[in-house]
Design a protein around this ligand. Structure first.
Ligand code: NAD
Length: 290
């Protein structure tokens, strides 16, 4: 396929390179200068998208996506697939999809899970909203960039799945860190704590796969001085999106709200900015009840 790829950052660049390596004809565009290896690069958005069978965007937020979408939709050829892989609010995803459909395009919102490691290895999970025929047309691209692609329903449902998943992740990471800090104070060995919880009803991805305690469980950012991994700033972004969505549909999400407030404090008023989201553990370790 002839593919335009917009947003060659930490995630977008390796995703685009994987498509290039697999033999697709990929042209990348970014407002920053980004050196590339297996794809062509252009500083003109028109060159990136015109005549493309598929355009993929991987951008920081909904406002930027809406701006880029309004530029590229009129330039794309009818029948082309427009896949947005950024994490954005459900409203922006639905608005962009409506605009794209009106122009005869096949839009998909396809946010990802798996982080920069998954983007490099081509093992991302895609959560996809949009028409089934658009999903079928794009499936071979998802198979190159990822290991799993789940069609979640109409436009916006990919983003809905993503923010619900990450709301659970934020909540379970906080719970896991709280429990380790409590266990420390109760005199419980961290390895024993891991051995019990990871095989008992307290288990979760946060404990079993991404254990925040250094030297315990599989290798994780906790073993690397909490260098991200998945930055606390990005977790805060996703939690805020979950609360924006909850507001919009009047859903009661008290733990999602509490997690948002806690990550907000950690990132904006403490030392969480630029650290992995599992650095909540040293935060709790150093605190008292009050
Ligand atoms: P990033 O900041 O590294 O990359 C974003 C890129 O978009 C940058 O290179 C920037 O120059 C470019 N850009 C910004 N405005 C642009 C415009 N108008 N036109 C063209 N390019 C523009 O961010 P990232 O880590 O690659 O994340 C991208 C998206 O993926 C975000 O929505 C993020 O929430 C989501 N995500 C990130 C991770 C992760 O671990 N990094 C995991 C899952 C999802």
């Amino acid at each position: 396929m002839k593919i335009g790829f917009i947003g060659l950052g930490n995630m977008g660049l390796p995703m685009a390179e994987n498509l290039g390596k697999s033999g697709h004809d990929v042209t990348g565009y970014d407002i920053a200068q980004v050196p590339t290896q297996n794809i062509r690069n252009t500083d003109a958005i028109l060159t990136c998208v015109s005549g493309a069978d598929a355009v993929i965007t991987m951008l920081p937020n909904g406002a930027i996506l809406r701006d880029v979408a309004s530029q590229i939709i009129p330039l794309m050829q009818p029948g082309a697939i427009f896949i947005d892989c950024s994490t954005v609010d459900v409203e922006s995803a639905r608005q962009v999809a409506e605009q794209a459909e009106a122009a005869g395009l096949l839009p998909l919102d396809a946010p990802v899970s798996g982080g920069t490691g998954g983007a490099q290895a081509g093992t991302l999970t895609f959560m996809i909203g949009g028409l089934p025929e658009a999903f079928e047309k794009a499936r071979e691209l998802f198979d190159i960039m990822g290991q799993k692609a789940v069609h979640c329903g109409p436009s916006g449902n990919g983003q809905a799945a993503k923010i619900c998943n990450n709301m659970i992740l934020g909540i379970t990471m906080i719970g896991t860190c709280e429990a380790f800090a409590l266990a420390d104070k109760l005199g419980l060995d961290r390895q024993a704590m891991f051995d019990v919880v990871s095989t008992s009803s307290g288990q979760s991805w946060s404990m079993n796969t991404y254990c925040p305690a250094p030297g315990v469980g599989p290798k994780s950012p906790g073993d690397n001085n909490y260098i991200p991994g998945f930055a606390a700033d990005l977790m805060l972004k996703d939690l805020r999106l979950s609360q924006q969505a909850a507001e919009a549909v009047d859903a009661d999400t008290p733990l999602g709200q509490a997690a948002t407030t806690l990550y907000e404090t950690f990132v904006e008023h403490e030392d969480g900015k630029g650290r992995d989201f599992s650095a909540m553990l040293p935060r709790f370790e150093n605190r008292k009840r009050s």
